[in-house]
Design a protein around this ligand. Structure first.
Ligand code: MG
Length: 375
């Protein structure tokens, strides 16, 4: 059996209302998904995390390397893509294009063999994971956090036990918002903060000190991802766990974070950092440093299913009978491509999401919806 066809689709959805974070404003969702078809007619879906048109160009470049190879030999295919682009694209969006193809091949392999991706990865240590709500983006430039209270109440009423909020407006304004959120949600809901590398070292320390008494589960991307040593120094100055890694690529990038003791939690985006093949290696590397791994997710429901299967296979480090639930990032901002593109729909029950045990990623793409959003 060989890989016969690789097709890309750029999907775009204009948001009913734009929102922003510390770096820029979103007024649309634009994502590149890929379909890989084998000679027997079976197919798999993948997606990349990054600028959609650049991802598509990268997939065009990779196509001739992948076509004609055996979809069951996904590590061999991964190595071919990596080796033949290494000289000019060791990091960045071309790795995300590789990730999209790699993911589609895992989905395809699962469908060919009739096995879920979690089984192909080595087996599911758990049958469900606990989603945390990513939201609380800024909605108005005059009063950025004006809708936070109402939004947080919705998450709690939906059964979320953990919420991640955006910060990065300045130390004083962030402190006021985080304090208000903790007062609002009470002590039983986990609260995380994400500045998307908005701060310098001095500001990050100031803010960490101020929010330390508010029981923050992690401070995500406090600093620019390049400053591995400052991350380590920040960790030494605060009791809040430090998280990062959504801008890293491949095991080599994550090794920088790990060997510099930069973070308590690494957050690879599987759709950018090298796909499922490389994510498994990144997880093995993290386990040798005793660092927790909670993947970053964004994009369509394909990417969320990739993370579900991957988390199912993550080892408990350390092992013990009574361990907190494994978390999955579940973005709650407006996103038709998360709600409509694939079936069956993601279902959250009693605050948990079940890992699908159907072949491949356990979903299929609704091609009518695909054509509705394809440009
Ligand atoms: Mg983040």
């Amino acid at each position: 059996m060989t890989i016969d066809k690789i097709e890309t689709y750029i999907l775009k959805d204009t948001l009913s209302k734009s929102f922003f974070f510390s770096q820029w404003e979103y007024s649309e969702r634009c994502i590149c998904v890929v379909k890989v078809t084998a000679s027997n007619g079976e197919y798999g879906w993948g997606e990349g995390y990054g600028p959609a048109n650049v991802l598509e160009a990268g997939i065009e470049l990779l196509k001739p390397i992948v076509i004609g190879l055996d979809p069951l030999e996904n590590e061999v295919i991964w190595n071919q893509m990596y080796r033949k682009t290494l000289d000019f694209a060791r990091r960045g969006t071309l790795v995300a294009s590789m990730s999209a193809i790699d993911i589609a091949i895992w989905d395809l392999k699962g469908k060919i063999l009739g096995l879920p991706v979690s089984t192909l990865l080595g087996g599911a240590h758990r049958t469900e994971v606990r989603p945390y709500a990513t939201g609380l983006y800024f909605t108005s430039h005059d009063n950025p956090s004006q809708e936070f209270d109402e939004e947080a109440q919705i998450y709690i009423s939906q059964g979320f036990k953990a919420i991640k909020m955006k910060i990065g407006l300045g130390v004083e304004e962030d402190y006021k918002n985080v304090k208000r959120m903790r007062d609002l949600i009470g002590d039983d809901i986990q609260l995380m903060v994400d500045s998307n590398h908005a701060y310098n070292f001095r500001e990050a320390i100031q803010l960490a000190k101020k929010i330390e008494p508010l029981n923050i589960s992690w401070f995500e991307e406090p600093l620019s991802p390049e400053f591995y040593t400052q991350y380590k120094e920040l960790r030494n100055k605060t009791s809040i766990p430090i998280a990062g890694g959504e801008c890293e690529y491949l095991r080599y990038g994550f090794h920088q974070l790990l060997r510099n003791n930069s973070v308590d939690i690494i957050q690879p985006d599987i759709c950018a950092s090298g796909g499922l093949t490389e994510a498994k290696r990144i997880a093995a590397l993290a386990s040798t440093y005793g660092v927790e791994l909670i993947p970053h997710t964004w994009g369509t429901s394909i990417g969320i299913h990739v993370a579900l299967h991957f988390i199912a296979n993550l080892e408990s480090m350390p092992g013990r009978m009574k361990r907190p639930d494994f978390l999955i990032e579940y973005d709650q901002t407006e996103n038709a491509l998360r709600e409509e593109l694939t079936f069956p729909a993601i279902e959250m029950k009693n605050g948990m999401i079940k890992i699908p045990n159907r072949p491949g990623l356990g979903i299929d793409v609704d091609e009518e919806v695909l054509m509705k959003y394809a440009i």
